[in-house]
Design a binder for this molecule. Sequence first.
Ligand code: 8IG
Length: 275
Amino acid sequence: MNINDHFSASSQTPQSLAEQAAQTIRERSRIESYDIALVLGSGWGKAADLIGETVSEIPAGEIPGFSAPAVAGHGGTLRSIRTPSGKIALVLGSRTHYYEGKGVRAVAHGMRTAAALGAQTAVLTNGCGGLVKEWKPGQPVLIRDHINLTGASPLEGATFIDLTDLYSQRLRNIAHQIDPTLPEGVYVQFRGPHYETPAEVQMAKIIGGDLVGMSTTLEAIAAREAGMEVLGISLVTNLAAGISATPLSHEEVLAAGAAAGPQISQLLAQIVERL
Ligand code: 8IG
């Protein structure tokens, strides 16, 4: 059976597939319950290494509903990490992007699986373009709110979910206790996978955006629906198109992530330990 068939099988609800995935993870990791879901975006690949001890690592393709990653720089495993204080984090190194065309169920599946494992907090990281000139590549930014320009929602049916304080003020306060200088911004999700035109970047700015990217908003909504509290952290890996003089490249993105690695790794570890 093709992995996509998991999502098109009409008898299967997203929640029941997430339950199946959760059961597989429990059996393989021998951990019954999790506390935190952590998604590693572009540039954040190594940032989980300081969080704690990896007690289990499962290739994404071996868990129902997950698939191996399509993009270089996006790791393909689900890791279980025990923090020094004994919390258990499920580290999703393989995010499914909306632009892959697998549908919103595939995008939301990681959050639903983490929730099925008991996780009450979702930490969503990403690499993105910055609209604020003062934010150089390598700058981490807390997501304060988002604008979802994909036209999609992970929710099905008349599921009216309040998104006031989607990016929890309480969790942003915790991050600010660790680094009071962390700026906050509004993340605008475009569908991608192309980067924006300069005109689209100007539009994002005019409607209130500070960051542009291709992920996070649909996962955040799914996490909230599943009852989790959400923290979003972006790593500005490039100035958005037209903000800087040079064109964008995926190599630039990877290089900025590598350069910022040690600082954001420490930041993430400290935040996770205090959640
Ligand atoms: I990394 O400039 C990264 N992801 N949409 N625009 C969009 N996504 C991104 C960008 C960017 N940089």
